[in-house]
Design a protein around this ligand. Structure first.
Ligand SMILES: [Zn+2]
Length: 415
């Protein structure tokens, strides 16, 4: 079951409120299923959501009236009667997801089928600050608005995947704590100026949301979704829900320790996972062997892996160390959480999984209890290195799933 965050109940409610909340819950179930499957039927919806065919039909009718789903034809059934196909209506709503990294922002516009309609990248500096990020976000949004005037009135909101811990206060305001980047706490409201709903989440957690909704963790009750990039992050899915802890710093795996008195980490501490398997750590270790290469990103990591392929002993030693460290770090997580599935993503993770997935899985199992190691499968992320923006766009999607919205021309329904 996905986390549709369908409201909190506090004590007994009057019957009419119960009826309303039940209706909302069923609407959320059906809409989630249509969005996730991309193509379904009323019969499938009834079966998958545990509803009667009449209820599923009613809810689909409501969603058609809201403009969020539509009928796209029919297929023959075994009984001979045609089955009507139900799909998300692409132009029914638009969503923006932004991947805010430490080297720039990628702002992406999606339609309701989660097809990427447009994309704008800004930045590329080595010394991004909250101010340059805010400027780039506003600039990128404006460029998207100018190019997509028809989408703007149907925009459900903006989701931001941010490089740090994101806390939400009781009044709904959010604050970013990006300790590793040396930034002071930043109010999310200062990062973006958008006249509509904005929500933010840690980038690794948005990646986990993307995998949970549409990717390698869909339908999995217990999963770990690791993000390996310049930073190292994690989403823990337990009982089908992304875990946040008391104030949302849960799963800050990149800053758990794998060595006492170890390498200095960007967070200021020593021996953190990120100080061994983050992109900078990997490339610094290779540079320390006397290797010379260009850049500090995708291309540089590719050069390292190419050198390994050619049998270069220094590069091989660096990769062996990285895989060993990753195995130690993941093995502890496996013992702690007993996942069914471990998903590896992020641009570093994707590159490593392309060529060395079996070794990473073996190293993890070697560092976990035998029984826990036998109970999991290891997969690469569905969305490659470009997941954070997709996951960020799921935040406005969740709002759409949770709250029925009136459409222009709607006649209010009587209960
Ligand atoms: Zn650290």
């Amino acid at each position: 079951m996905v986390d549709v965050r369908s409201g909190r109940t506090g004590g007994p409610a009057p019957e009419s409120a119960n009826v309303t909340s039940l209706r909302q819950r069923n609407r959320a179930l059906v809409l989630t299923h249509v969005l996730q499957s991309g193509r379904t039927s009323r019969g499938d919806l009834a079966r998958e959501c545990g509803l009667s065919l009449a209820s599923a039909t009613n809810i689909v009718g409501d969603l058609v009236a809201e403009g969020l789903v539509h009928e796209t034809g029919s297929i023959a059934s075994r009984g001979g009667r045609p089955i009507t196909v139900v799909e998300p209506r692409p132009e029914g709503a638009y969503l923006i997801g932004a991947d805010v990294g430490e080297r720039g922002v990628a702002v992406e516009l999606f339609d309701l089928k989660m097809t990427r309609v447009d994309r704008e990248f800004r930045g590329g500096r080595d010394d991004e600050t909250p101010e340059t990020i805010a400027h780039d976000l506003d600039d990128a949004l404006e460029a998207l608005r100018e190019r997509n005037p028809a989408a703007w009135p149907a925009l459900a909101g903006v989701g931001l995947g941010l490089p740090g811990v994101v806390e939400t206060a009781a009044d709904g305001s959010q604050t970013l704590y990006a300790q590793s980047l040396g930034w002071p706490p930043v109010a999310v409201g200062d990062l973006i100026h958008f006249d509509g709903p904005v929500s933010a989440e840690n980038g690794a957690k948005t990646q986990a949301m993307a995998e949970l909704w549409f990717g390698a963790a869909r339908g999995v009750e217990h999963a770990l979704v690791a993000l390996l990039g310049r930073g190292v992050g994690l989403g823990i899915i337990a009982d089908g829900r992304l875990q946040h802890g008391s104030m949302s710093t849960a799963a800050e795996w990149g800053h758990t320790k794998i060595e006492r008195y170890g390498q200095v980490c960007r967070c200021g501490n020593r021996g953190c996972v990120e100080a061994y398997v983050g992109a900078d750590a990997i490339l610094n270790a290779w540079r320390a062997t006397g290797a010379s290469f260009e850049g500090s990103g995708w291309g540089a990591l590719g050069s390292l892996l190419d050198a390994v392929d050619k049998g270069d002993p220094a590069a091989t030693g660096v990769l062996d160390d990285v895989i060993h460290s990753l195995g130690v770090a993941l093995g502890s997580l496996v013992n702690l959480t007993n996942p069914q599935r471990v998903v590896i993503g992020g641009w570093v993770g994707v590159r490593l999984m392309e060529q060395h997935a079996a070794r990473i899985a073996d190293a993890t199992k070697a560092n976990a209890l035998t029984r826990a190691g036998e109970q999991l499968e290891f997969v690469a992320s569905t969305f490659g290195g470009d997941t954070v923006a997709v996951g960020a766009a799921i935040m406005p999607l969740e709002t759409l799933v949770r709250d029925a919205r009136p459409r222009p021309g709607d006649v209010p329904k009587s209960a």
